[in-house]
Design a protein around this ligand. Structure first.
Ligand SMILES: O=c1[nH]c(=O)c2[nH]c(=O)[nH]c2[nH]1
Length: 298
């Protein structure tokens, strides 16, 4: 029986990097979690333990910190591209790299109506993300956001689904719709105004969630992805993962009270999980395959 080494990668996961950029008394904070993975001619270490080709994960971590000092970190996409290209360009045996970065937000503390120069409070759980893939001299960028929690208190219905002997869910033409958006979008280019693009895509996702009258979370998911692709030429495809954060009407009957869509129980789990991809038809599927390889499907 012949046995061989299949696809593999290795690196340092979740390097925590915080930088302070000083503009006189005003400080600018960047708070990142960076993961690097390298691919290439790595049979020797796996098959015999000969580490000649292994760029140590410790070296990968140190490179993240040194790069943060040597040049302004800037946008997470640019930082990830620099790191990935460095590893592939510097080591002949390494022909591919994946760099994942999530950015944690900090808001300036308001003191007497003025944003403080150097004191911050952690923003919500929402994070901005990027996944950069380098393969020889090519690069792909998949950016996104996680945990953008949204709720609309009307403008959402759910009915017309099949009923069998296990179905108890009541049909509704007016329910709360709430979710924590994880969105990732694949860019068609590696040189962009990343921050401007992110801000616009986030705005479009929020606006569409708010304004699209929803007959299902699936319909809302498609509408959100479609709106991004219609407005943003730089985006090739959008993947969304939307947990349905159910808000159930509380039965107030036992207390002799009616519930006119006013009192809800916010369930923690289980939750519906609606996931999907919205695509342009004219894209090369090979690009998508390489850009998403080993990333969560949604
Ligand atoms: O928007 C929804 N989609 C579903 O597939 C579903 N299933 C369910 O029980 N509630 C909902 N809501």
């Amino acid at each position: 029986m012949a046995i061989s080494l299949g696809p593999n990668q290795y690196g340092k996961a979740e390097v925590r990097l915080v930088t302070v950029e000083r503009e006189g008394p005003v400080h600018h904070l960047k708070d990142l979690t960076v993961s690097t993975s390298l691919r290439g001619r790595l049979e020797r270490t796996h098959l015999t333990g000969d580490n000649t080709d292994v760029v140590a994960t410790d070296t990968q971590k140190n490179t993240v910190y040194a790069f943060a000092k040597e040049k302004r970190v800037g946008e997470i996409e640019d930082f990830a591209l620099r790191l990935g290209r460095h590893f592939v360009g510097s080591f002949e045996q390494i022909n591919g790299a994946r760099v994942l970065i999530s950015e944690h937000g900090w808001d300036r503390i308001d003191v007497g109506g003025r944003p403080h120069d150097h004191a911050f409070s952690r923003a919500t759980g929402e994070q901005r993300t990027t996944a950069v893939t380098i393969q020889n001299d090519r690069a792909w960028v998949v950016s996104g956001l996680t945990d953008l929690v949204v709720l609309k208190s009307t403008g959402s219905e759910f009915h017309g689904f099949p009923r069998d002997r296990y179905t108890t869910l009541a049909e509704t033409d007016d329910r709360i719709l709430a979710t924590a958006v994880t969105a990732r979008w694949r860019y068609r280019s590696t040189e962009l105004d990343w921050s401007g693009s992110f801000t616009e895509i986030r705005r479009i996702l929020l606006e569409t969630f708010a304004t699209k009258h929803s007959l299902s979370l699936q319909q809302t998911l498609y509408a959100m992805g479609e709106a991004v692709l219609e407005a943003r030429d730089e985006v090739a495809e959008v993947r969304l993962s939307l947990p349905n954060k159910h808000h159930f009407l509380v039965d107030l009957g036992p207390f002799g009270l009616t519930n006119d869509n006013e009192v809800f129980y916010a369930a923690d789990r289980p939750y519906g999980l609606i996931e999907g991809t919205v695509l342009r038809d004219d894209e090369d599927p090979k690009d998508a395959e390489l850009a998403w390889y080993t990333l969560p499907a949604f």
